[in-house]
Design a protein around this ligand. Sequence first.
Ligand code: MRU
Length: 345
Amino acid sequence: MNVKGKHYLTIWMKNEKVMMIDQNQLPFRFEIFESKNYAETCLAIKTMIVRGAGAIGAAAGFAMAQAFIQAKENILFAENARKEIETSRPTARNLFYATKRVFDAGCISTEKAIEEAQKIAEEDIASGKMIGIHGNSLIKDNTNILTHCNAGWLGFVDYGSALSPIYTASKEGKNIFVYADETRPRGQGARLTAWELNNENIPHIIIPDNAGAYLASKGKIDTMICGADRIAANGDTANKIGTFEKAIVAKTFGIPFYIAAPLSTFDINCCSGEDIIIEERTEDEILYQTGLDENNELRKILVCSPGSKAYNPAFDVTPASYINGFITEKGIIPANETAIKNILS
Ligand code: MRU
C-alpha cells in the first residue's frame, strides 16, 4: 500500500492496541484510529472505521486477541466477546473465519491467540499479493476495467483483491484505465477506490452507479472485477449492493465478469446464496451524505426528501452463472461447486 509515497498497512496490532486507518475520514483526512480493547475494535468494525472483507477479518481476529488479553483466563469473558464481535457485521465470511481461529488458539493461551491473529493478517497480505499475480494474467495492455465498491488495499490488510491485479498490471507497465463506481450510499468507490488509485497513480474516473450499462453499450468496458464478502459452496457471491446489476450488464454485453477473493472468503457451509445473511444498515447512510464544506470542515447534510424513509441493504448476491471465474491466491477457477471444492481441499 502506498499513501503519498509511504508504505502503510490498513490495520495492525501494536502491543495491546489495534491500529487502523480511519476509513470514515478518507479521502479528506488521513488518521490512524487506536483501539485500546476488544469493544472499541468491535465498534470500529460496526461504524466502518475499518471495512472490507479482509480488513474486517483481520480486525475481528485482533479484537478476539484483545478479548483474551482482557479476559485474564476468564473463558466466559472471551466467549461473550466472541458473540459481540460476530454480531458486528453479519455478511463478511472473513470475520467468522477469524474469530473461530483466534478463539480456538486463545483456549490454549493468550500468546497463541495473539500469534493466530497476526498470522491471519499476514495470510491476508500474502493472498492479496498472489491474487494480483494471478489476476494480472487476465489483463491485457490497454484494458478498461470497471470495479464496484472498494476491494483494494483498504478492504484488506494490504494489496486488496479486485484492485490487486490492477496494481500488478500497472507495475508491469500495462496501460490500464479504471471506471470506479461511486457505490452509493456510502461512496466507497468515489471516496476510497478513487483515493487508492490516486495514490497508486492509476488513471481512473468515478462514474455514477447507474452508468455501467451505458458505458458497456458503448464498448467502453473490457472487463469487470469485483470483490466478495462471502462466496457460497455453489459459487453464488455476496458483495456490495449493486454488484449483481454490474454482472447482469456484463452478461448482456458479453463482458468478462470476475470476482477476486481469498479462499478465506469461501464458505462451504453456505450451500447457495439463499443461505447468506444480508446486512441491512441504517437509513441514515442514504438520507445523509458527509463531505467537506467551504471551510474544510466535515459536514453531514440531508440529501433526501425530509420525512421520507429509506431502505438500505448493504449487499446483494450474484448467482454463480453470471461469474466468469474467481481469482484466488491459488489461481483462477471457474465459478462452480466442483472447482470450489477442489481448491479448498
Ligand atoms: O460494506 P463494506 O464497505 O465493508 O463492503 C465492502 C465490499 O462489498 C467489498 O467489495 C468487499 O468487502 C469485497 S473485498 C474488500
